[in-house]
Design a protein around this ligand. Sequence first.
Ligand SMILES: [Zn+2]
Length: 375
Amino acid sequence: MPSFPFQIAARDGAARTGTLTTRRGDIRTPAFMPVGTAATVKAMMPESVAETGADILLGNTYHLMLRPGAERIDRLGGLHRFMNWDRPILTDSGGFQVMSLASLRKLTEDGVTFASHIDGSRHHLTPERSMEIQRLLGSDIVMAFDECPALPATDDQVAASMRLSMRWAQRSRDAFGDRSGHALFGIMQGGINRELREESAEALRSIGFDGYAIGGLAVGEGQAAMFDVLDYAPGLLPDDQPRYLMGVGKPDDIVGAVQRGVDMMDCVLPSRSGRTGQAWTARGQVNIKNARHADDPRPLDESCTCPACSRYSRAYLHHVFRAGEMISGMLLTWHNLHYYQQLMAGLRGAIAGARLDDFVAVFHAEREKGDIPPL
Ligand SMILES: [Zn+2]
């Protein structure tokens, strides 16, 4: 019996829309989860993140275990209270970020030993310790501890890594125990190899989880290869449980993933781009640094109701970015998160109305047009 009831309200092709019910509130799916790496979505107040329409945030185990430490967050009342976010939180297991951020890594059957990217201190992370850290944080959705091989990797390397992750998935399940009100998701691996994906899905299903993630994608394989995997991977997982595609993505990645049956996604892209002067709109990407905006009194996106678009001009956004003012990252991050959540709401409505194909056609046609012409 899953910890969180997942109700699918409508389907359109492989896509689904529904609600994942948690004790901290409902998550409307397909859902996009902003990333709150170090107990904050950078440049955003939590109430503003909620205003953009986010039902759930992602927190990073790797970052939080190193600074300020899981035990400290527990003593301070848990991550929700610590960061002033009372809605659901999903935490990753730390495995992926150890591989991408830490140095001096040593991988064994037991787990991974590594040096912190902050101060070089030594740490050991295992499935059991990852479950303990995520429990101390008070995470609502806990991810099984896994390993994702660095690309390029041979099929043999991907297979060995996937099988290790499946043994760790069993250890994660055992260590997680029976925690009412908290969910544990397993993570499918296997790279872009269908047989390995099938083997991984079978292993996870026999262990049994509250939801299932598709890991090991969006790691540099390219959109076409990712979509090839998503053409079959969601179908290998239980139909009546949530499917989470980790670390995706750009707006067109998200639309393609939803069309293929993905229910949840997360990515740093909207917040990270907001701090580097990149805005995402229905008509594609806008680089606010560009000199063409310096005298432009028009909003970034006329149809957008976010504070950046309803109260400020392109000229202002250009100026504050060029001047290195903090409000630049604040406004563009807000806009980007708002755009992403509007896109998710549009996708949910289109699936509910059985008009997803039309929605996707308009989505691509608008992007084809590119940004509004300069004045
Ligand atoms: Zn806006």
